[in-house]
Design a protein around this ligand. Structure first.
Ligand code: K1U
Ligand code: ZN
Length: 168
């Protein structure tokens, strides 16, 4: 397994729209393993393939305390959304920034797992937030795009300054 580089906002590659996965094969499972290692090491509770510069419809989530309940979503589709919730979100592509985002409270999602089996899941609370956040990444959308233009500009400048000062 390997730890992959995570793209940092405002990298333009984060705005790439992901393509559907055609085949669930050994190379995809290798990418899933590498993404899981990357997410656990960060540490994070979710990761979209977009964030590691793979522009395919794949995301992983583990919101468990024990970090042993990895959920894999390949070609996810939201079938239903309901209600509203506000959550203070973070993003591994925007390190150190947390802000409130309003999203649906419930989502029903259909996807394939790492075995290529289709499943349907009803999610609430943090799992629902995380699914919506990661599915946004697959559409090329970063959570800061829900914030005001002023906040977004400040975050962009802070990130660019950090990136300039980072040792090579
Ligand atoms: O998409 C990502 O960059 C991952 C992101 C997922 C997420 C968090 C919170 C709300 C919505 C989506 C993160 O994992 S940020 C880090 C984080 O929230 C966390 C890290 C360690 C322990 C608990 C949470
Ligand atoms: Zn994110």
């Amino acid at each position: 397994m390997a730890i992959l580089d995570i793209l940092n906002y405002p990298d333009p590659r984060l705005h790439t729209v992901a393509k559907p996965v055609k085949e669930v094969d050994a190379s995809l499972r290798r990418l899933i393993d590498d993404m899981a290692e990357t997410m656990y090491a960060a540490p994070g509770i979710g990761l979209a393939a977009t964030q590691v510069n793979h522009h395919i419809q794949l995301l992983i989530i583990d919101i468990s305390e024990t970090k042993d309940q990895l959920q894999v979503f390949i070609n996810p589709r939201i079938l239903e959304k309901d209600g509203e919730q506000v959550y203070e979100e973070g993003c591994l592509s925007v390190p150190g920034i947390y802000d409130s985002v309003t999203r649906a409270e419930k989502v029903v999602v259909e996807a394939m797992n790492e075995k290529g089996e289709t499943f349907k899941l009803e999610a609430h609370g943090l799992l629902s937030v995380c699914i919506q956040h990661e599915m946004d990444h697959l559409l090329g959308k970063v959570f800061v795009e829900y914030l005001s233009p002023l906040k977004r500009t400040r975050i962009k400048n802070k990130m660019l300054k950090q990136q300039r000062n980072r040792p090579m």
